[in-house]
Ligand binder design. Structure first.
Ligand code: NAG
Ligand code: CU
Length: 311
C-alpha cells in the first residue's frame, strides 16, 4: 500500500508538471479573442502542450512543422491593439519567463497562408522582460498572464504578415537546452500602414544560439544582478528608434508608440543606420548585426562573446 501511494504520488507529480505547459491558440482582434487556431497556425504541441527546446530546429519558427491546419488571415489596422490568449492547465503563462513578439512580412505576391518565413525576416515589436534589482530579487511580470496585448506599430507598411509570440520559460534554464519556448504564429493583413523600415531583422532558427545570458541562465542562485532580454531591440516604428518605454511599478515594457505617423520624406533613407539601442538591449556580440550605439547615457558593454549590452 505504501509503495502504491508513493507511485501514485510520483504519477500525480508528473501529471502536474506536464499540465503546467501551455499554447497560444487564439488571436485577439478588436479586443475579442477569436476561435482556437482560426488565425493561428496550429502548433505541433496543441494537445501535449510541450515546449520547443531546440533553438536550431525549424520548429523554433512557428512550431507548426506538422502543418496541422491552414488558418485564415485576419485584417488589422496598423496602430491597432492585438494579442494572443493562453491555453493550458492552468491557462496562463505559468512559468517564470519573458516574452517577445515578432513580425515578418510575406513577400508581395506571396499569400502569407502558404509562406514559410526563412531567412532574416523577423523584427521584434514587443517584449516583456524580467525585473532585477542588482541581485536581491528577480521577478517575471509575465507570470500568470492569461493573455498578452500589444500595438502593431503605426509605421508598419501595409501587407501580409506573420505575428509570432514567444514565451521563453527559464525556470530550469541553467543547462543548455533547458529553456522552454512556447511559440505560435498568427496570419494577418496589415491595412492602413505606414512607411517605416522595420528592423533589425533576424532569422528563426538563427536569432538564438541558446547560449545567450537570458536563455542559458540560473534564475535562483546566485540571483542574477541584471537580465538580458534575448533577441534584437524592439522596432519602435521608424528608422531611428523613438519608441515608448514605460515603467509601471518596476515593470518595464517596450512598445511602439500607438499613434505615431511616419511621414514619407526624401530624407528617410532605406539604408540609414538602424538607430540607437535602449538600456539593457543588445548592442554587439558574435553574429549580431544590429545597431551598436546606445541611447545616452548608456555604454555598449561586453557581457560575453555572444552579447554586449547597453548599460
Ligand atoms: C501564479 O499562480 C499560481 C497558481 O495559482 C500561484 O501559486 C502563484 O503564486 C502565482 N504567481 C504569481 C507571481 O502571481
Ligand atoms: Cu510547463
Amino acid at each position: 500500500m505504501k509503495s502504491f501511494l508513493s507511485i501514485a504520488g510520483a504519477l500525480l507529480l508528473a501529471a502536474t508538471q506536464v499540465s503546467s505547459h501551455y499554447t497560444w491558440p487564439d488571436f485577439i482582434v478588436n479586443g475579442s479573442p477569436t476561435s482556437d487556431w482560426q488565425y493561428v497556425r496550429k502548433t505541433n504541441n496543441y494537445q501535449d502542450l510541450n515546449p520547443q527546446t531546440d533553438v536550431t530546429s525549424n520548429d523554433i519558427r512557428c512550431y507548426n512543422t506538422q502543418k496541422l491546419n491552414t488558418p485564415s488571415t485576419v485584417s488589422v489596422a496598423a496602430g491597432s491593439k492585438v494579442g494572443f490568449t493562453v491555453s493550458g492547465n492552468p491557462a496562463s503563462l505559468y512559468h517564470a519567463g519573458v516574452l517577445n513578439v515578432y513580425m515578418a512580412k510575406a513577400p508581395s505576391g506571396t499569400d502569407v497562408a502558404s509562406w514559410d518565413p526563412t531567412g532574416a525576416v523577423w523584427f521584434k515589436v514587443y517584449q516583456i522582460s524580467a525585473v532585477t534589482d542588482g541581485g536581491s530579487t528577480i521577478t517575471f511580470p509575465t507570470t500568470n498572464m492569461t493573455q498578452i496585448s500589444f500595438t502593431i506599430p503605426a509605421a508598419t507598411p501595409s501587407g501580409q504578415y506573420l505575428i509570432r509570440t514567444e514565451h521563453i520559460a527559464i525556470h530550469s534554464a541553467s543547462y543548455y537546452g533547458g529553456a522552454q519556448f512556447y511559440i505560435a504564429c498568427a496570419q494577418v493583413t496589415v491595412t492602413n500602414g505606414g512607411s517605416g523600415t522595420p528592423g533589425p531583422l533576424v532569422a528563426f532558427p538563427g536569432a538564438y544560439t541558446g547560449n545567450e545570458p537570458g536563455i542559458l541562465i540560473n534564475i535562483y542562485y546566485p540571483i542574477p544582478t541584471t537580465y538580458v532580454q534575448p533577441g534584437p531591440a524592439v522596432w519602435t516604428g521608424g528608422s531611428s528608434g523613438g519608441g515608448v518605454t514605460t515603467t509601471n511599478g518596476g515593470v518595464t515594457t517596450t512598445q511602439a508608440p500607438p499613434t505615431t505617423t511616419i511621414k514619407t520624406s526624401a530624407t528617410v533613407s532605406a539604408t540609414s543606420a538602424p538607430g540607437t539601442v535602449a538600456q539593457y538591449q543588445q548592442c554587439g556580440g558574435q553574429g549580431y548585426t544590429g545597431a551598436t550605439a546606445c541611447v545616452s547615457p548608456f555604454k555598449c558593454t561586453v557581457v560575453n562573446t555572444y552579447y554586449s549590452q547597453c548599460l
